[in-house]
Design a protein around this ligand. Structure first.
Ligand SMILES: [Zn+2]
Ligand SMILES: [Zn+2]
Length: 327
């Protein structure tokens, strides 16, 4: 099968690989679309230490089940499934036992610990695959599987009060989905991003304002989410919070955070918190919520053969909405 791999940091290489065999508890999935996530860039560039080399990146996979191991249940051959980032947790540790499997120290991830969706076929443990809502094309569904789910967890971690004022820093694949859920739930959303095209998209989707990343929003924020992987924006976003506000950092990797000033950035009970992966429950809740609120995904499609260009465009902030590879 045709695939893209990372063998040496900094390069995505085209390769021919054998079609993988599903293990006992796995599905074999013929890939139809695969979203391009910022985490794939971190895998390519070695910001995330390699867990497997070479590795096929890609963890926003929409495809069709074409075979299944004898213990793989819940997704019959022929059904459309989503293959996400989280693909294994231990089920026994104190995190797994208390509904926090996203923090399981034994967790494994698609496109990092195991080959992912930048390929014609991939495998997934059946218990970690998602059934997908109808009414969406394959390309529209792909970004929901990581960008959407992680953004949803970041929104919950931001503890936005009902009808609250939410700041969103950076407005790419994840942010544009999260903003729609927040607005559907009654939030006033202010978007802060350096990309003029992203600011236009934000206003079109219903944001109350859109300004530059370092600008001050028009009103104090009850909560903010930092999607841009830019540590310099942490003090900026904290300073924009009202008393008692929370900043939730959605990225898996962030450039260094400059020194914080206690009075300007944290006092008055402002809170800074990270977001680490997601639980399967987050995924199911988000997919149901996306369908209920008719969350619209803005997709920039790329032919599979141009995965390297898609990653370059993402690195340079040239993608409007979410980049998706189409088989
Ligand atoms: Zn565990
Ligand atoms: Zn991702």
């Amino acid at each position: 099968m045709r695939a893209w791999t990372v063998r040496t940091p900094g390069r995505l290489e085209a390769a021919e690989l054998p079609v993988p065999h599903p293990a006992e508890d796995e599905l074999l999935v013929q890939v139809r679309a695969c979203g391009v996530c910022r985490t794939d860039l971190h895998v390519r560039d070695g910001d995330l230490p390699p867990h497997r080399s070479p590795v096929v990146p890609g963890h926003e996979v929409v495809g069709e089940v074409v075979a299944a191991g004898p213990r793989a249940q819940g997704h019959p051959v022929g059904s459309r499934v989503g293959v996400p980032w989280l693909r294994h947790t231990c089920g026994h540790c104190r995190f797994c036992r208390h509904g926090r499997e996203n923090l399981c120290p034994h967790s494994r991830y698609t496109g990092w610990d195991a080959d992912g969706g930048y390929a014609e076929y991939t495998t997934v443990p059946a218990a970690y695959a998602y059934s997908l809502p109808g009414g969406y094309s394959d390309a529209e569904l792909a970004p929901l599987l990581c960008a959407g789910i992680i953004g949803f967890r970041a929104l919950r971690r931001a503890e936005l009060p009902p009808g609250g004022r939410l700041g969103i820093y950076g407005f790419g694949g994840s942010a544009h989905l999260t903003a729609q859920v927040a607005m559907a739930e009654g939030a006033t959303v202010h978007v802060l991003t350096r990309s003029a095209e992203a600011r236009r998209l934000a206003l079109e989707l219903g944001a109350a304002s859109a300004a530059g990343a370092q600008d001050t929003p028009p009103e104090p924020l009850d909560a903010a989410i930092l999607f841009a992987p830019v540590g310099d924006l942490v003090p900026t976003a904290l300073a924009a919070l009202d008393a008692g506000g929370t900043l939730s950092v959605a990225g898996i990797h962030l450039s260094p955070i400059p020194a914080l000033d206690y009075e300007r950035h944290l006092f008055h009970e402002r809170t800074l918190r990270s977001v680490t992966s997601n639980t399967r429950e987050d995924g199911r809740t988000f997919l149901a919520s996306a369908q209920a609120h008719s969350v619209r995904t803005t997709v920039t499609p790329y032919p599979f053969a141009e995965a390297d260009r898609a990653l370059e465009d993402l690195a340079a902030d040239r993608v409007n909405g979410a980049a998706v590879l189409l088989m």
